[in-house]
Design a protein around this ligand. Structure first.
Ligand SMILES: NC(=O)c1ccc[n+]([C@@H]2O[C@H](COP(=O)([O-])OP(=O)(O)OC[C@H]3O[C@@H](n4cnc5c(N)ncnc54)[C@H](OP(=O)(O)O)[C@@H]3O)[C@@H](O)[C@H]2O)c1
Length: 395
């Protein structure tokens, strides 16, 4: 029978939705001893993500009120291991600094609580060179980037990454270096990791759509050409680029679309999907971050969200465009990724400096609740640009 170490309190503070449509609250919840396969983490740091807002202001997948059960928020834990479940096969030890992408709404592992009881396969050790604020900027959306490329674009990301000679020998006629991948919303947290993942695995013809102020940074992360969606017609500019630059190379690969892959990191019906209907062509695979945002949340306005990507703009896509709705919470269905992505690959990519954490904006506040609410307000006000909101959980 698992038990708590003496130094760990039987209850602790958490930030949760207690009623749909109401502000989040601080609640007191039991600390759950780790069972076999689990690790108990004292959560010192976390980061906020639009999914928090989708839950709070859009009720996304928050079960209807069921006797006041709290839905604990938070999908990124960062902290210190305080106990390892009996018989747990993991390289993690008490005292290790760890980080991981976890499931919100779970009493055990959700991140906006002072102690989280997390499956060991959802955690990695934070490399010494990385501080905790930077660490919590990484797991959720680096996992998203890898999962999207593998599961939704269908592009393999072999691990370990093959050396240059092996890669060259394995290259087939579809030279991946020249495969065009368009990343719409490249300055989002997801987008910046997608760029870095594609760069590391050898994709060289990556196009980025983002505000002009980010273009230099995005080129540094691997974008070959950048387009500004805030100034002028980004979709038109991408289409002109395809006409000008890609027409020639695609003629050597008859039947292939000029733009085989798109990652829509935003999933906004009007802001990203509608312009993409103008560029995607027969055979283009478009991976869309769910939910589709039909209406963004406002101070006095609930969000309107849609989890079926095929219901977004039906009839407006060209025949043969393949829409894929990205669902990263299911990444563990790929057994290799479940076993290796968070324990091994994410820490290694950071350790090697292959992936740089998103720039961080530290959200300050006197209390846990104040920090959580401030971060939600920033997300609601769309005040997050090229950065990740990070904050302290337990002091
Ligand atoms: N389904 C899944 O598995 C999954 C996983 C992860 C994330 N998501 C979803 O993906 C979305 C992005 O998440 P995130 O954490 O990356 O968000 P984020 O970093 O908070 O996004 C903010 C960025 O969005 C960009 N942006 C906003 N509207 C845009 C538009 N119309 N075109 C281009 N860029 C636009 C802004 O770019 P500029 O600064 O350039 O203006 C800003 O930098 C969220 O809705 C999230 O819930 C889904």
């Amino acid at each position: 029978m698992a038990s708590l170490p003496p130094s760990v309190p039987a209850t602790h503070a958490a930030i949760a939705i207690t009623a749909l449509g109401k502000p989040v609250e601080q609640v007191t919840v039991p600390t759950i001893p780790p069972s076999a396969g689990e690790v108990l983490v004292r959560v010192t740091h976390t980061s906020s993500t639009p999914v928090d807002l989708h839950r709070v202001a859009g009720g996304l997948r928050v079960p209807p009120e069921d006797g006041g059960k709290a839905f604990i928020l938070g999908i990124t834990v960062g902290g210190t291991v305080v106990a390892v479940g009996p018989g747990t096969a993991t390289g993690l030890r008490v005292g290790d600094r760890v980080f991981g992408f976890v499931q919100d709404g779970s009493d055990r592992e959700a991140a906006f609580q002072e102690y989280a009881t997390v499956p060991a396969w959802k955690l990695g050790r934070v490399p010494d060179r990385v501080d905790m604020h930077a660490a919590v900027a990484v797991p959720a959306n680096l996992v998203t980037a890898v999962h999207t490329v593998v599961a939704d674009l269908g592009l393999p990301l072999p691990w370990p990454v093959p050396g240059a000679e092996v890669a060259a020998a394995a290259a087939d006629d579809d030279d991946k270096e020249e495969e065009v991948v368009l990343v719409w919303g490249a300055a989002s947290s997801v987008g910046m990791y997608v760029l870095q993942v594609l760069r590391h695995w050898g994709y060289r013809h990556v196009l980025a759509v983002a505000a002009g102020k980010h273009h230099e940074t995005l080129r540094g992360l691997g974008a070959r050409a950048c387009f500004d969606y805030r100034e002028g017609d980004a979709a038109g500019a991408v289409a002109a680029y395809l006409d000008r630059v890609v027409r020639r190379s695609s003629s050597s690969r008859p039947g292939r679309p000029r733009l085989p892959y798109v990652v829509d990191c935003i999933g906004s019906r009007e802001g990203s999907l509608r312009p993409l209907t103008r560029i995607a062509e027969k055979g283009t695979r478009v991976a869309v971050m769910l939910p589709v945002i039909n209406v963004h949340a406002g101070k006095d306005r609930a969000a309107e969200l849609e989890m079926d990507v095929n219901k977004a703009l039906p009839g407006e896509w060209k025949d043969g465009v393949e829409l894929r709705g990205v669902r990263t919470f299911l990444y563990h269905k790929n057994e290799f990724l479940r076993d290796h992505l968070q324990p091994e690959i994410v820490p290694a990519l950071l350790e090697q400096g292959v992936i740089e954490p998103n720039k961080q904006r530290v959200v300050e506040g006197k209390t846990l609740l104040e920090r959580a609410q401030k971060a939600l307000d920033l997300l609601r006000d769309q005040a997050v640009s090229g950065e990740k909101l990070v904050w302290r959980v337990a002091d």
